[in-house]
Design a protein around this ligand. Structure first.
Ligand code: AMP
Ligand code: MG
Length: 377
C-alpha cells in the first residue's frame, strides 16, 4: 500500500465499519463510574475496589458495579458499566484497591466508537491523491488494495553521435550522456514509471524505427536532442514524417526548441539536447502532462514571490528567462540568489538550484526586487 503514495484514487472509499470499532480508553488508568468519584479530591480521596485488568486487545470479563474500578490500558475496550477513566497519575493503588484523588466528568478519556469515522462514511472521493496519511486511513478501514489511476510508463531516449555511456575513457569529441539519466529521474520524481530506452545515433532510420517500436509499450515518450536547427537534428525530421507533429520555437530561455507529436495515440515530447534545456523543457511541458495522465489535480509546480538578494541580470530578447536560483525562507519571506552559471550546458548550477526564477522580457531583477520563482521540489 505504501507504493500507492502519489497515485490518484479512481474509486470512492467507504468505511465498512466504525473507527474506532469500540469505545476504548485514551489513557492508562482506571475505568470507573464517574458518579462514584463525584466527591473525590486530593484532600478526600475516594477508594474503589479493583476487580480486574483490561489490556489493549483484551475484553473485560465482567461488568463494573458501583464502588468498583478496573485497571485499564490505552486502547483497551471500556468494560460495561464504566462511563469514565481516571488516569493513573491521579490515583494511588495496590492490588485490590485504588484511591482516586480527583473527580472526573462523565465520558472522561473515552474514545467512542465511530469517533474517527462512522460506518458508511465516504472516506475518500475519487480524484484524491494518496499520501502517507491516506495509506494509514485506508489500512484502518481494512483496505489492502484500492483502485488508482495507473502510473504512466514514460519511455526516455537520448540522441546524439557524441554520447557515450558508462565508465569508458572519452574519445575526442565525445561527451557522457547526462540527459537520459536526468530525465529518467525527473519522470520518477513526477510519480510516473521511467522506461530506459537507451541512446540513439543521429540516424534518421534508427530514430524512426526506435520511436515506432517504443510507442506500443509506453504511455508517452521523451527524447532529448535533435530538435534544433543543425544538419543532424533528425528527431525533428522523423517526428514530422511520422505525422501529427508540431515543431516549435518557444519564446523562453533556456529550452527554445521543442517538438511535440502524437504517434498511434502516444504523445512524444522532443526536448532540446542541452542538459539544462532538456530539464527546463521537461518541467514546463512534459511534467504537467505526466501529472495530468496520472489524474493529479496538482499538475503545476508551486510558485512563490521572493526578494532578490543579488541582481538577476538578463538581456532583452523577447523571451521569458528561467534562471537557476537558490531560494531560502527567512523571517520576512522567501529570498533568492543565483545558483551559478546560467548557460544551458551548465548543469552544475541546476543541481545547486531549488527553483527557477521566471524573468519576463526586460532587464532582469535588481537587488530588493520581487521575483516570481518556480519551486523545483
Ligand atoms: P542537440 O539539440 O542535439 O543539437 O544538442 C545540443 C547540445 O546538447 C549539444 O552540445 C549536445 O552535445 C548536448 N547534448 C545532447 N544530448 C545530450 C545528452 N543526452 N547528454 C548530454 N548532453 C547532450
Ligand atoms: Mg544532437
Amino acid at each position: 500500500m505504501a507504493d500507492a503514495v502519489g497515485l490518484v484514487l479512481a474509486e470512492e472509499v467507504v468505511a465498512p465499519e466504525a473507527i474506532p470499532p469500540f469505545a476504548n480508553t485514551a489513557m492508562d488508568g482506571f475505568a470507573v463510574r464517574f458518579a462514584d468519584l463525584a466527591s473525590a479530591s486530593a484532600a478526600a480521596p475516594v477508594t474503589l475496589a479493583v476487580v480486574g485488568t483490561v489490556a489493549a486487545g483484551a475484553v473485560a470479563d465482567r461488568a463494573l458495579e458501583a464502588g468498583q474500578a478496573m485497571r485499564i490500558m490505552t486502547g483497551a475496550p471500556m468494560p460495561d458499566g464504566a462511563d469514565a477513566v481516571i488516569m493513573v497519575e491521579l490515583t494511588e493503588s495496590d492490588d485490590d484497591t485504588v484511591r482516586c484523588n480527583a473527580s472526573v466528568p462523565e465520558g472522561n478519556h473515552i474514545r467512542r466508537a465511530g469517533d474517527d469515522l462512522e460506518a458508511g462514511t465516504v472516506v475518500f472521493e475519487p480524484g484524491t491523491t494518496i499520501g502517507p496519511a491516506h495509506v494509514g486511513v485506508l489500512s484502518s478501514v481494512g483496505r489492502a488494495h484500492v483502485l488508482v489511476h495507473r502510473r504512466p510508463r514514460i519511455g526516455v531516449f537520448s540522441t546524439g553521435d557524441e554520447l557515450v555511456v558508462g565508465p569508458v575513457p572519452l574519445e575526442p569529441g565525445q561527451i557522457r550522456d547526462s540527459n537520459r539519466p536526468q530525465l529518467l529521474a525527473l519522470v520518477a520524481e513526477a510519480g510516473a514509471e521511467p522506461v530506459d530506452l537507451g541512446v540513439l545515433r543521429d540516424d534518421h532510420d534508427e530514430i524512426d524505427a526506435a520511436l515506432r517500436s517504443a510507442v506500443g509499450g509506453c504511455d508517452a515518450l521523451i527524447t532529448s536532442g535533435g530538435v534544433s536547427m543543425g544538419d543532424f537534428d533528425f528527431v525533428k525530421q522523423v517526428l514530422s514524417s511520422l505525422g501529427d507533429l508540431t515543431w516549435m520555437q518557444v519564446a523562453i530561455k533556456p529550452a527554445k526548441p521543442l517538438a511535440f507529436g502524437v504517434l498511434l495515440g502516444t504523445p512524444i515530447f522532443g526536448l532540446p539536447g542541452n542538459p539544462v534545456s532538456s530539464a527546463v523543457s521537461f518541467e514546463l511541458f512534459a511534467r504537467p502532462a505526466i501529472r495530468m495522465m496520472m489524474g493529479r489535480s496538482d499538475t503545476q509546480r508551486t510558485h512563490e514571490w521572493a526578494i532578490a538578494d543579488e541582481a538577476l541580470g538578463r538581456a532583452r530578447d523577447g523571451k521569458t528567462h528561467f534562471q537557476r536560483v537558490v531560494l531560502s525562507q527567512q523571517s520576512d519571506g522567501w529570498h533568492v540568489r543565483s545558483a551559478g552559471g546560467q548557460g544551458s550546458h551548465q548543469l552544475a548550477a541546476l543541481a545547486a538550484a531549488n527553483g527557477l526564477a521566471v524573468l519576463p522580457d526586460g532587464d532582469g531583477a535588481s537587488v530588493g526586487d520581487r521575483v516570481r520563482v518556480m519551486l523545483l521540489s
